[in-house]
Design a protein around this ligand. Structure first.
Ligand code: GBH
Length: 483
C-alpha cells in the first residue's frame, strides 16, 4: 500500500539555470564559468555546451504549464548570477526581468517558487579575478543576493543560498571535472571556506531585508550528503576511510553551519593544505547564522575502502578522458569499490534504504537541525520516445517510487522531512556529461525541443494526487455545510 505523508508535505521538481535556460548570451547575459569551461576541448562530452540547453528561457510558459498539469506544489529553480550581474558588478535589469516573469507565471499556476542563488554558474568575469578562491567574491555574492531579493522578494518566500557547494568547490577546483576545471587543493579549500562565508553573509542580509519589510522568508542551503559505507565494517582501514569521507563530504559543511566550527578530525585530515590560512576571526559566527531549512540532495550512498581497488575492478564511466584527481583533499588514497548493487546510466548504485538512513541520522547527529527537504533525488536512464509516442521508463519510476517510500519511512522513524523535489523536471545539460545523460521526468527532443512527459512523470502526478489530504477533495463531494 502507498505510504502516507503529513498534510502540507511539499511535492516538487527541480532544475538549474545553466542546465535548462539556454539564451547564454541574450539580453545582456555574459559567460558563466560553465559557458567558458564548455569551450575547453575535452572538458564536456561531445563538445556540448549550455548555449541553447533546452531553451527554457523562451519556453518557460510551456514549462510552467507542464508543472501545473503534473500537479506540482513547488518548483525549485536557480537564478543565473551571470544573467543578473553579468560582469560581476553591474546589475542587469533585463536578466532580473526574466525571473520576475517566471515567478509571476508560477504564482498564477499556484506553484510555490523555490529559488536557489548559486547552482554552479559564477560569472566568468569574477573567475578571472580568482573566483571562489578570492575572498572578495563574498562581497560580490552578497550584492548579487541583495539585487535578486530586491527584485523578487515581494513574491518569493523560499531562498536557498547554494546548491551542493561540495561539487562547485572540490569537484570544480580539485577533482577538475566541473568548472573551472582546476586541480588545486589550496584553491579548493579556499573556495569551500569562501562559499561558507558567502552563504552566512547572504542569510543574515536577506533576513534583515525581509524583517525590515515585514515579509515572511524561509532561508536555507542545499547540501549533497551521503552515507559513507565501509566496504568491510570489520576492516579498520575501511572504517577510517569512511570517517574521512564523512568528514570532508558531510561534516565539513554541516558542522560550520549547525555547530559553528569545522570538525577537528577534518582540520587534521587537511592540515597544511591551506584551509587554516583562509579562516579569519569571526568567520564561523557569520557562517553559523541560523537557517530555516536544510535541503538534502541524495542519489546514492558511497561505499568506501582504505585499500587499493581489486585488479578486476571495473571503473565507473567518466564523461570525458580529461585526467582528474581525487577531490578528497588529504584523503586521496580512499577508494570507492562497487557493492554489486544495480546501477543507473550514471553508474550510480540504487539503494533506496540509504536515503532513509541518511535523513534519520541527521536528526540524531545534529541537535539544532532545521526541517529537512529532499531538494534533489532522481535517476538517469537511456530513454527513447517509442512508436506509440510515449516514453516508457519503468526503471526511473521504480527508482523514484522506492525513494519516495524511503522518505515516508524516514518520517515514520521521526525525521522532520517537509518535502520532496524530483531531479529533474526536464532532460537537460548534465554538466561534464553534456546531453548524454537524461534525468528528466519530461523527455526533451534536443532538435525540436518538443517536451514529452515520460511514464515516470505521469506516475509522479498520480502519486502527488493520491497523497493530497482527503479533506481537500472531500469538501466538494462530502458536503461541507459552510459551502
Ligand atoms: C546534482 O549533483 C546536481 O545538483 C544537479 O545539477 C545534477 O544535474 C544532478 O545532481 C545529477 O547529476 O567523484 O567521488 O567526488 C550531482 C551529485 C555528487 C554527483 C558527487 C557526483 C561525485 C562523486 N554529485 N558526485 S566523486
Amino acid at each position: 500500500m502507498a505510504r502516507t505523508f503529513p498534510d502540507g508535505f511539499l511535492w516538487g521538481s527541480a532544475t538549474a539555470a545553466a542546465q535548462i535556460e539556454g539564451a547564454a548570451h541574450e539580453d545582456g547575459k555574459l559567460d558563466s564559468i560553465w559557458d567558458a569551461y564548455a569551450r575547453v576541448p575535452g572538458a564536456v562530452a561531445n563538445g556540448d555546451t549550455p548555449e541553447r540547453a533546452v531553451d527554457h528561457y523562451h519556453r518557460y510558459r510551456e514549462d510552467v504549464a507542464l508543472m501545473r498539469d503534473l500537479g506540482l506544489d513547488s518548483y525549485r529553480f536557480s537564478t543565473s548570477w551571470a544573467r543578473v550581474v553579468p560582469d560581476g558588478r553591474t546589475v542587469n535589469a533585463a536578466g532580473l526581468d526574466f525571473y520576475s516573469r517566471l515567478v509571476d507565471e508560477l504564482l498564477e499556476a499556484g506553484i510555490l517558487p523555490w529559488l536557489t542563488l548559486y547552482h554552479w554558474d559564477l560569472p566568468q568575469a569574477l573567475q578571472e579575478q580568482g573566483g571562489w578562491a578570492n575572498r572578495d567574491v563574498v562581497a560580490r555574492f552578497a550584492d548579487y543576493a541583495e539585487a535578486t531579493y530586491a527584485a523578487l522578494g515581494d513574491r518569493v518566500s523560499h531562498w536557498t543560498t547554494f546548491n551542493e557547494p561540495f561539487c562547485s568547490s572540490l569537484i570544480g577546483h580539485v577533482g577538475g571535472e566541473h568548472a573551472p576545471g582546476l586541480n588545486d587543493p589550496r584553491a579548493g579549500l579556499a573556495a569551500v571556506h569562501h562559499q561558507h562565508l558567502a552563504h552566512g553573509t547572504a542569510v543574515s542580509l536577506l533576513r534583515e531585508r525581509a524583517d525590515a519589510s515585514g515579509r515572511e522568508i524561509e532561508l536555507g542551503i542545499t547540501l549533497n550528503l551521503t552515507n559513507a559505507v565501509p566496504l568491510n565494517p570489520h576492516d579498520l582501514a575501511d572504517v577510517e576511510a569512511a570517517r574521512r569521507i564523512d568528514a570532508i563530504w558531510n561534516r565539513m559543511y554541516l558542522d560550520p553551519m549547525l555547530r559553528g566550527a569545522y570538525p577537528a578530525d577534518l582540520l587534521d585530515d587537511v592540515r597544511g593544505q591551506g584551509l587554516d590560512d583562509v579562516i579569519e576571526p569571526g568567520d564561523l559566527e557569520v557562517i553559523s547564522a541560523p537557517i530555516d531549512f536544510l535541503g538534502v540532495n541524495h542519489y546514492h550512498d558511497d561505499c568506501v575502502s582504505g585499500r587499493p581497488l581489486p585488479a578486476d575492478h571495473v571503473p565507473s564511466a567518466k564523461p570525458t578522458d580529461k585526467p582528474g584527481r581525487s577531490p578528497f583533499v588529504g584523503s586521496e588514497y580512499v577508494t570507492m569499490p562497487w557493492r554489486g548493487l544495480p546501477r543507473t546510466a550514471m553508474d550510480w548504485e540504487v539503494h533506496p534504504a540509504g536515503l532513509r538512513t541518511l535523513l534519520v541520522r541527521l536528526g540524531e547527529e545534529y541537535e539544532h537541525l532545521p526541517p529537512l527537504y529532499v531538494t534533489e533525488n532522481g535517476a538517469a536512464y537511456d530513454d527513447e520516445v517509442s512508436a506509440d509516442g510515449a516514453v516508457h521508463d519503468p526503471e526511473r519510476t521504480a527508482y523514484i517510487e522506492a525513494h519516495v517510500d524511503a522518505v515516508a519511512d524516514a518520517i515514520a522513524d521521526g525525521a522532520d522531512v517537509r518535502g520532496y523535489f524530483v531531479w529533474s523536471l526536464l532532460d537537460n545539460f548534465e554538466w561534464a556529461w553534456g546531453y548524454d545523460k537524461r534525468f528528466g521526468i519530461v523527455h526533451v527532443d534536443y532538435e525540436t525541443m518538443v517536451r514529452t512527459p515520460k511514464d515516470s512523470a505521469l506516475w509522479y502526478a498520480r502519486r502527488i494526487a493520491a497523497s493530497r489530504p482527503v479533506a481537500a477533495s472531500a469538501s466538494t463531494v462530502g458536503g461541507n455545510p459552510a459551502d
